[in-house]
Design a protein around this ligand. Sequence first.
Ligand code: FAD
Length: 383
Amino acid sequence: MTTSPHVVVIGAGTLGMCTAINLVQQGARVTVIDANAIASGSSGRSVGVVGTQFTDPFEILLRVHAMRQFDSFESAGLRFNRIGYLRLARTEAQMALFHESVKMQAEAGFRSRVYQQDELTTLVPHMDPTGLAGAIFGPDNGFIDPHELCMLLAEKVREAGGSVRQFCKVESATRKAGGYRLETSKGPVDCDMVVNAAGAWAPQVAAIFGQTLHIHPERHEAVTILLDRPLDYTMPMVMDLVNGEGTGLNFRHEKPSELIAEVHKVSSPLPENPDFYNEQCEEESKVLLAELLLERVPDLPGARLGRGWAGLYPMTHDHRPFVGPVDSSEPTLITAAGACGYGIQLAPVIGQVAADWALHGAPISVPESERLAPTADRNVPLV
Ligand SMILES: Cc1cc2nc3c(=O)[nH]c(=O)nc-3n(C[C@H](O)[C@H](O)[C@H](O)COP(=O)(O)OP(=O)(O)OC[C@H]3O[C@@H](n4cnc5c(N)ncnc54)[C@H](O)[C@@H]3O)c2cc1C
């Protein structure tokens, strides 16, 4: 390989664009190729939340590296809306985990605090805390616009001499001496390395190379909530899941008189076809969302449902992304996909680890991140 390999990144969502920026910053020649427009996949359908309120040290460590890059993207012009993140607990066992999380986050340099049930209305005056034990709150967490992030990174990649090709589908690939020839809908592209960052389509792209990748596209729905007048406080991101996972909802401030909410239901066991799925929010989900929202925050001024939509979480068996080679004997074919419901907040660190694999043959800059490699024990079907 030359000192400046040509890497093709397949997919211009958050994972592909964050991989591309990490690659060009280390001198690689990069071509990003997307079958559609930049951020037109899951990334453009997400609700853009970036948070650190986790109870697992590895999840927090990954976010330390992600947040460093978000800081640099913000310096480059990305708007990071620090509205805070409030994760609600229904049990004392969850509260005990939140106390541990506060300690872990403090060691990692993140501010957070546990709130008791009777303090919650100081953060969200409309909240009915019935059934809650309390919450954890991170004042510096917030949301970004993933489309804006991808466009910003595309500009930076181009400035560094890379290219981003849209409406150009990778259809087949052949291995050749020292690399690959990719056949695309706009002609062949030769390269030394490939990063599969095709999100819910990553299994299809893996199949082009004769690889099997177990990513299960799972449908999720979101709706805007319109209000008659602006709230006199900023609604933080509120994560309200029954028993910490499964069903429930999350909601946050979007504009002065608008919230955005995502409903979590027990999902279908069948994987969605990313080329043919219902991209609208179902009526039944809107009803569920309205009921849950009104229970938790009654009396929002004139609250009514606005536009709804659906998108795909690219799920893996253990709910952690695949970053690294599927086959260790082919280190020039790297996967960066399967980010589940965290592919906005984790994209920068996934991009960093993917670039490490591509340029250094190992994830050298993020401790323990070899755990994200799609090894045979992890790359298994979802039950
Ligand atoms: C409703 C909803 C809310 C969410 N909220 C959040 C949130 O608040 N925070 C968070 O962190 N995450 C959230 N997520 C999850 C997040 O959106 C995903 O994890 C993330 O967007 C995945 O990014 P990606 O780059 O892997 O995939 P994508 O954004 O889907 O990008 C993959 C790209 O690959 C391209 N592609 C596919 N096949 C080919 C081919 N053969 N040739 C060329 N290009 C190809 C596609 O066109 C696509 O643009 C949410 C998701 C949904 C659906």
